[in-house]
Design a protein around this ligand. Structure first.
Ligand code: RFL
Ligand code: PHB
Length: 390
């Protein structure tokens, strides 16, 4: 098989790039390890920034997002003394975020790829990246006992944190920066009316909690849990009881509980791999960087990678200009690190850290009090939350 760009990974990053390039007449083959149903069963991001939404529209995939997604102009921060609202709209001169689930967005991208007869191959096994520094690299994968070879000009590694692409960069070139947090998020999706029209990020001495949503009839809630906990440790009742304890009394009183339709635990991690390119391989999204979900930056950081890579590839194929491809890693990393800074800041400010000494707790509380008392600090938070420019 021969193509111009071989994309590994059929999550939002890979699908979006494949769709954008296809619309400009650039041929792609996309290889995904799982089935479409499996990819669509993963419940992940809920908050999209403006730049991501714009890319979805450019990819001709924005119609349902614009119809069903909710525009949010603020977020709440709950704490022991009550609840405050950060006015995203006011502090950013009119910007906002869109609440639209990653599952739905991925479904829209798969549908668009299918409609355009995009070459998306599922259930591939043993993906191997070869000759990355040669003029014509190739990828092999296994389909049953057949080994298939895909020759291409470029390979894009969009295969998430556990993928194979990043590992194809030699160890003496790749540098990895990582911080693990001593807790995870237990998430519950339930067919109930959300407790609040806007997201509530709650700091509490029992641990962090988040009230989010997918629609007016579908709620998404999270609580901070120790890494040693498993989903089996948490019945629905135990989850709702704990969530209520971490919310202001009036919010807890109006929380509608119900059966969970999904329940999972995600560990929190900050991670960056540098460089994000090697020879003719370019990494994008979670394959190159992970943030803890507190700042809702993960998918949005993937979007800026795709934006830079898409334009760099257009410059190459349409103008013969390789400047964008050469500068991709540096440009992408500059924005990636700003998302790291913001996510780490929000995580540190709002979670309970079991090993904190009393001084740390005082400082943490002061950080939040400063934010809530300073218009300038709120402006900075709002600027980052709605997304820094690409
Ligand atoms: P993905 O989504 O992990 O997709 C990678 C795909 O690659 C496939 N794959 C392979 N394919 C072929 N060969 C191999 N060897 C392969 N290995 C893996 C996988 O099967 C998969 O389909 O990465 P991508 O596309 O870069 O997208 C990144 C986002 O998924 C991620 O950043 C966000 O979900 C993070 N995130 C959030 N981001 C936001 O911007 N806003 C949010 O509100 C937000 N909330 C969240 C989140 C992540 C969460 N979890 C569970 C980690 C909330 C949670 C709880
Ligand atoms: C979500 O709805 O899943 C969500 C929202 C905001 C976050 C993280 C996750 O910061």
């Amino acid at each position: 098989m021969k193509t111009q760009v071989c994309i590994i990974g059929g999550g939002p990053s890979g699908l979006l790039l494949s769709q954008l390039l296809h619309l400009k007449g650039i041929d792609t083959v996309l290889l995904e390890r799982q089935s479409r149903e499996y990819v669509l069963s993963r419940i992940r991001a809920g908050v999209l920034e403006h730049g991501f939404a714009e890319l979805m529209r450019e990819a001709q995939c924005g119609e349902r997002m614009d119809r069903e997604g909710e525009i949010h102009e603020g977020v709440f921060i709950a704490h022991e003394r009550g609840m405050d609202r950060i006015d995203l709209h006011k502090h950013t001169g009119g910007s906002s975020v869109i609440v639209y689930g990653q599952t739905e967005l991925t479904r829209d991208l798969y549908d668009a790829r299918a409609k355009m007869k995009g070459n998306v191959i599922h259930n591939v096994e043993d993906v191997k990246l070869c000759d990355l520094t040669a003029a014509s690299p190739y990828v092999t994968y296994r389909d049953g006992d057949k080994v298939i070879r895909v020759d291409c000009d470029y390979i894009v590694g969009a295969d998430g944190f556990h993928g194979v692409s990043r590992k194809a960069i030699p160890k003496d070139i790749l540098r990895e920066y990582e911080r693990l947090y001593p807790f995870g998020w237990l998430g519950v999706l339930s067919q109930t009316r959300p407790v609040s029209p806007e997201l509530i990020y709650a700091k509490h001495e029992r641990g962090f909690a988040l009230c989010s949503l997918r629609s007016q009839v579908l709620s998404r809630y999270y609580i901070q849990v120790p890494l040693t906990d498993t989903v089996e440790d948490w019945s629905d009742d135990a989850f709702w009881t704990e969530l209520k304890k971490r919310l202001p009394a009036d919010v807890a009183a109006r929380l509608v509980t119900g059966l969970s339709i999904e329940k999972s635990i995600a560990p929190l991690r900050s991670f960056v791999a540098e460089p994000m390119s090697y020879g003719r391989l370019y990494l994008a999204g979670d394959a190159a960087h992970i943030v803890p979900p507190t700042g809702a930056r993960g998918l949005n950081s993937a979007a800026s990678d795709i934006y830079y890579l898409y334009h760099a590839m257009l410059d190459h194929y349409q103008k013969g200009d390789d400047g964008g491809l050469k500068g991709y890693s540096q440009k992408a990393l500059a924005r990636v690190w700003k998302a790291q800074r913001f996510s780490c800041w929000m995580t540190t400010m709002l979670h309970r850290f079991p090993a904190n000494i009393p001084y740390d707790d005082k400082l943490q509380d002061t950080e939040l009090q400063y934010l809530l008392s300073s218009q300038v600090a709120q402006q900075s938070m709002a600027e980052n939350y709605v997304g820094l420019p690409f």
